[in-house]
Ligand binder design. Structure first.
Ligand code: ADP
Length: 265
């Protein structure tokens, strides 16, 4: 109970830092986003006037064919690349206007990133990998909250192991924990199950859904996998750099059963 209370206090603090006291609004707002690579004959318009917003607690999948602009969008949302023009508001902060240093700090505190290939540091243990974003922020991890996270991730027996001593599913659980350790406003996952078998895919999706439900964690997943897309509450389709569909779903694929999904346009 005490752990839950502490957890919510941190959550409320983070949200107030983003929004100001008492305000409720979209956690993410993208306005007229354009990204151009190259120029002249090699010019590619990877994103063309993309606008959408996401509310706190949504579980969203972004889908589209290869080359449609999904990774470009994800990199910009994650603050690892900048748009040619447009705004990316996370809470009240337009991350495109931040200096490199401020953006790095903002990213560490408010954006959690998960990749297909885990990106764990091979010479650090599970516990060290998990707490890295806190240590980089020159803070000390709260032992109780850390243990609670380790338990939720099912990694109690593995905290002193190195990444190469873990299965793919376990490594991805560590990377989810590392992304969540600072209670980010957004959890962005780029093909998080692309390297996993179907059993581990199920486990990872159940875990992401659990954090989404229990902590109201906003989750955005880029995926090629139709079952993953069908498990989201909302599916945004991007084609040739433009949003071509944006569907809220009334019933989603439940990774606990073989329930079929229905789509509401
Ligand atoms: P997706 O993730 O949907 O496969 P990307 O965002 O990777 O799509 O790419 C969108 C378009 O932008 C593609 O035409 C791709 O070739 C181009 N592109 C991506 N990154 C670069 C880059 N660094 N330089 C030039 N073109 C790029």
């Amino acid at each position: 109970m005490k752990v839950i209370l502490k957890y919510y206090l941190i959550l409320i603090n983070n949200r107030q830092a983003l929004y100001g006291k008492g305000a409720t609004m979209n956690i993410l707002e993208i306005k007229n986003l354009n990204k151009v690579y190259g120029s002249g004959e090699t010019r590619v318009d990877a994103l063309k006037d993309v606008s959408f917003s996401i509310e706190e607690g949504e579980f969203v999948a972004i889908v589209g064919p290869s080359g449609s602009g999904k990774s470009t969008l994800m990199h910009i949302l994650g603050g690892v690349d900048r748009p040619t023009s447009g705004e990316v508001l996370i809470g009240q902060t337009d991350i495109c206007k931040l200096s490199e240093t401020d953006l790095a700090i903002f990213r560490r505190r408010h954006i959690g990133l998960i990749y297909q290939f885990y990106n764990l540091i091979p010479i650090l243990t599970v516990e060290e990998n998990l707490t890295l974003p806190i240590l980089l922020d020159k803070r000390k991890p709260n032992k109780e909250l850390l243990n609670d996270l380790i338990e939720k991730l099912g990694l109690e027996e593995r905290i002193k192991h190195l990444p190469n001593q873990l299965s793919g599913g376990q490594q991805q659980r560590v990377s989810i924990g590392r992304a969540l350790i600072n209670h980010p406003a957004l959890l962005l996952a780029d093909e998080p199950t692309g390297n996993l078998d179907s059993e581990n895919t199920k486990e990872i999706m159940k875990l992401l859904r659990k954090f989404n439900k229990e902590a109201k964690q906003t989750v955005i997943i880029i995926t090629h996998d139709e079952r993953i897309a069908l498990s989201a509450d909302r599916v945004i389709t991007i084609e040739d750099g433009m949003i071509t569909r944006d569907e809220a779903r009334i019933k989603t694929t439940n990774f606990n059963s073989d329930e079929k999904a229905e789509v509401r346009a």
